[in-house]
Structure formats: C-alpha cells, structure tokens
Design a protein. Structure first.
Length: 278
C-alpha cells in the first residue's frame, strides 16, 4: 500500500512513466504507475534483479520468472528506456484485510460482506488445490481488498513466498484450511481467535485452551527441528512452566521470565541460551 513506501525519483520506461518509490524496510525497490497511454490503471512494479525470499536457497532469479508457464510477458513486463532493467508489473490493490477490519473498529463484518469474502477465499484455495499448491501463509495480511468502496468487496490472495507443492506437505492442504478457519473467525468477530504478538504467545494460548499438539505434529514442525531439539538437551532446567508439556518434551520449558522468542532462533542462539539456563 502507499503507506509502506516513500516517494523518491521519477522513472520512465518504454511504455509509460513511473514514479520510483523506496520501500521503507529497504527490502526492494518499487515503482508506482503515474501516467499511461490508455486507461491509466495504477500498477506496482517490482524490480526482479533477484526476488527476495527466506534465504539464498529459495531466491527466484529473473530467468526463472521469465520461463515460468504462468508468466505473460506482454502484460507483466516493462523495460526502461536504457534497456538496463526488466520489471514485473502488478495490480495496485487497495488494502489488506487487517486494515479493512481495523477501519471498522474491529467489530467484525456484517454477513453481507463476510460471505462473499469467505466464498472468494474458498474458491482461491480450491483452485490452488487443483494445481497442487499449498499457500502455507494464509492470513488477513496476505489477503488484499481490491477496492474497499466496491460492493460486494473483492479480495485477492497474495504473497506466495512460503507456497509449496502439496506433495511436500503432509497432510497436503490441512494447514490452509486451518488458516481459513482462523481468518473466518477474525472476519466475523473483528479479533483473532489466538491473540499474541509473538509465536510464543500464540502457541501458549493454543496449548492452554486446546492442549499440546500430538508428538507427530511437533516432530514435523520446522521450529522444533531447528531449535527445540537442542533446548531439550538441557539438564536440570526448572523454570516456571507455562505449558503442559509431556513425554520427552518435558525438558523444553516455556518461561515467562525468560521470554524466549523461538521463532527467530538460530542453532547458535539456542545453544547459547541453553548454556545460560542449564
């Protein structure tokens, strides 16, 4: 959205004129369409020297984008006047569902808005399933409202940075359906079902209200494999328990006093914390 960027310099392509924006988090350069030959449609343009992803192994190069079967160079590409930059064009959408709900004082949406939005999301997930893709990051922040002033509101699913083939996830689409349920609750009530600013807070709330996930779920979790296995090796650790842990995972204690933020730990950080408290 416009609020996430600051205006920088003018920029001209072979097709039209763009206004260059600098992303406030310095992750990438973005430009907004300002003048065009035909309908004046506003677009986002993102440079594709290398698309940013979670790590170097997951980066998408320009050649990979251009060779993708879903990519349409006629409608999705522009080249600058010097021929030095190839850019991807995207539709400029209005706002995400988080902002849309916030603008309504977090009171939840009326059924006349709730049903069309949920229906569109269901159709989107159904289509992804038909082509064997799991989105894996469905949340209000990744659901964009096309135009808040339209009725009924149209939404589009964005940010496929964590998407993966369904064959790589077991069970294949259960995570997306779980997330869709959470989105539905937030649409209807205006507040998230599982509150919390950190992964710790959310997981703590889930376990306190529904019990600890089965061991096979924990074993398949990304965070558990990266860090918790090291923490579980700690000996004689007796911080205040906040979660009803069981079996061999009893060695992993969640302490409000320690306030561990496990979502961003590296193996080295986990090892350091382990030594401090063991």
């Amino acid at each position: 959205t416009d609020q996430q960027f600051q205006y920088e310099t003018g920029y001209e392509s072979l097709e039209t004129r763009y206004l260059k924006l600098k992303s406030l988090d310095d992750l990438e350069q973005v430009m907004m369409f300002t003048q065009g030959p035909e309908n004046g449609q506003r677009l986002f343009v993102s440079l594709i020297k290398q698309m940013l992803a979670l790590d170097a192994n997951q980066r998408i190069t320009p050649s990979e984008v251009l060779q993708h079967p879903f990519f349409d160079p006629k409608s999705s590409l522009c080249i600058d006047t010097n021929g030095e930059r190839v850019c991807l064009k995207f539709e400029l959408l209005d706002q995400c569902l988080w902002d849309y709900i916030r603008d309504r004082n977090k009171q939840g949406l009326p059924i006349s808005e709730f049903r069309p939005i949920l229906g569109q999301l269901t159709s989107a997930l159904s289509h992804l399933g038909s082509v064997g893709i799991v989105h894996a990051d469905l949340k209000p922040g990744n659901i964009m409202v096309v135009n808040r002033h339209e009725s009924p509101v149209k939404v589009k699913l964005i940010d496929f940075g964590l998407a993966c083939p369904a064959s790589a996830v077991n069970p294949s689409d259960s995570s997306d359906m779980w997330s869709l349920g959470l989105v539905a609750v937030e649409l209807g009530t205006g507040v998230p079902l599982y509150p919390g600013n950190e992964d710790y807070d959310v997981l703590k709330f889930i376990i306190e209200t529904q019990g600890q996930p089965p061991d096979h779920v924990l074993d398949s979790g990304f965070t558990w494999r990266r860090g918790f296995g090291i923490v579980a090796k700690c000996r004689d650790t007796k911080p205040t328990k906040l979660l009803p842990l069981k079996s061999t995972r009893a060695a992993l204690m969640f302490s409000k006093r320690q306030n561990w933020k496990f979502s961003s730990w590296s193996s080295c950080e986990v090892g350091s914390r382990c030594r401090q408290h063991c």
